[in-house]
Design a protein around this ligand. Sequence first.
Ligand code: UDP
Ligand code: MG
Length: 153
Amino acid sequence: MEQTLVILKPSAVIRGLMGEVISRFEKKGLIIAGMKMVQLDDKILAEHYAHLVSRPFFPSLKKSMMVSPVVVMCIRGVDAVAVVRAMTGATNSRKAEPGTIRGDYSMSGQQNIIHASDSVENAEIELARFFDKSEIFDFKPAMLDYLYADDEI
Ligand code: UDP
Ligand code: MG
C-alpha cells in the first residue's frame, strides 16, 4: 500500500480543525500510520518548500507555517497519494471544490489547512523528512477486510 505525508498547517491547528480533518481521513478508510505535533523551523521549511523559495510569497508562507506547531501524519492506503490529494482540493481554497478539505474549510490560497504530498516519489522523500522509521507503524486494522476486496490489496 502507498503512504503519503499530510501536514495539518497552523491554519488548521489554530482554528480548531484538527479533529475534523483527521476524522475525514479515518472515515474514508485511510489508515493513520504515524502522527505527531512538531514546531517547524527555517531549515526544514526551506527544504520542504524548495520548489518555492524564489517566489515572492515564500517569506509569508514560511512565517505562516511557523506561527504554531503543526501535526504531521503518515497516511496509508491503496493509491493513498492520489486519494489524499483529491480530498485536499486545489491550492487556492477559493477555487477548491466543495467537498474537498480546502473547499470546505478555508478561503485562502496560503492558509489552506493542509499539505499533502503530490507524487509517490515526493511522498517517500517527505515522509523521511518528518518521520523516523520507528515513528511509522505497520499494524493491521481489524476493519481492513471490509475496506478492500481481497484482490485490491
Ligand atoms: N502558496 C502560496 N501562494 C501561492 C501558491 C502557494 O502561499 O501562490 C502556498 C500554499 O500554502 C501552498 C504552498 O504554498 O499550499 C505550497 O504550494 P504548492 O504549489 O506546492 O501547492 P499545494 O501542493 O500545497 O497544493
Ligand atoms: Mg505542493
